[in-house]
Design a protein around this ligand. Structure first.
Ligand code: CIR
Length: 256
């Protein structure tokens, strides 16, 4: 169960962030409204939010998930793989001590983005991607082991359309993973039930289980129907403006 989340709205220079998508320029006003609805959805799930101010120094800083890994009592500050995002962590280093006693960091030459880390209960999946390198992944695996969690590395480099591991999988509770076709056959998921994302709806793979609800991106009806059929209580959230910047539902919050 989660009780809190940290969020940060997009700043007015949000469209200057990194993206590989070709979906057009995000509309700032609409992004702000979508972010607010996302925050309300988290509150509907029972979370108390810490709302940080927008940070114009870092256009991608609304994607707070990439700056830290939260594992039980421990917070691990990341070392983002994109140089333009490195400074985002400094700010989070001032916020997390309000909530966590043990704070450690990924160190050079390691790089690691929170979007590559999938917390599946007692086990963490650690993606190796264009942003997270082997050194960062191995450092995190050691820190998690010290904290009582096992971890499994998953190399997603070369998987088309995948910025981070969690662009293609989500842990939805009940030993289930929601997975895109391109990643479904991996041996690393042994022991988990695979729920396939409907073809053509790959963006829907990034969703978040928050207590009794599953927050899913709006506009992916076949995947939505599958999840409802499994008994999940869904809250759909419009994400179009964040999708334009390669962002998914999970990256907009740090939940604990
Ligand atoms: C970036 O490229 O870093 C941002 N525009 C998007 C980050 C998305 N983060 C995530 O999925 N965890």
């Amino acid at each position: 169960m989660f009780s809190r989340a940290i969020v940060r709205p997009p700043g007015e220079n949000f469209a200057a962030g990194l993206t590989s998508a070709t979906l057009g320029t995000p509309d700032y006003g609409m992004a702000l409204r979508q972010h607010e609805r996302y925050c309300l959805a988290l509150e509907q799930c029972g979370l108390v939010l810490t709302r940080l101010p927008a940070d114009l120094r870092f256009p991608d800083s609304t994607f707070v998930e990439d700056t830290a890994i939260l594992a039980g009592e421990r917070a691990i500050l990341t070392r983002p793989g994109a140089p333009s995002r490195a400074g985002e962590v400094e700010d989070m280093a001032h916020v997390l001590p309000r909530f966590f006693v043990s704070i450690t960091s990924i160190a050079a030459p390691g790089t690691l983005d929170g979007g590559d880390i999938c917390d599946a209960g007692e086990r963490f999946f650690i993606g190796i991607s264009e942003r997270t390198n082997e050194a960062g992944a191995e450092q995190l695996a050691v820190l998690l082991e010290q904290t009582g969690y096992s971890s499994v590395l998953v190399d997603v480099r070369g998987t088309p359309g995948i910025l981070h591991l969690k662009s293609g999988i989500s842990y939805i509770g009940d030993s289930r993973l929601l997975v895109i076709d391109a990643l479904a056959g991996r041996s690393q998921w042994n022991g988990f039930e695979i729920v396939p994302v409907a073809p053509g709806e790959e963006y829907a793979a990034n969703c978040i289980r928050v207590n009794d609800h599953l927050l899913v991106a709006a506009g992916f009806p076949a995947t939505e129907a599958r999840l409802r059929g499994l008994g999940y209580s869904l809250i759909t959230v419009e994400m179009s403006e964040f999708q334009k910047m390669d962002g998914g539902l999970s990256c907009l919050s740090l939940r604990f």
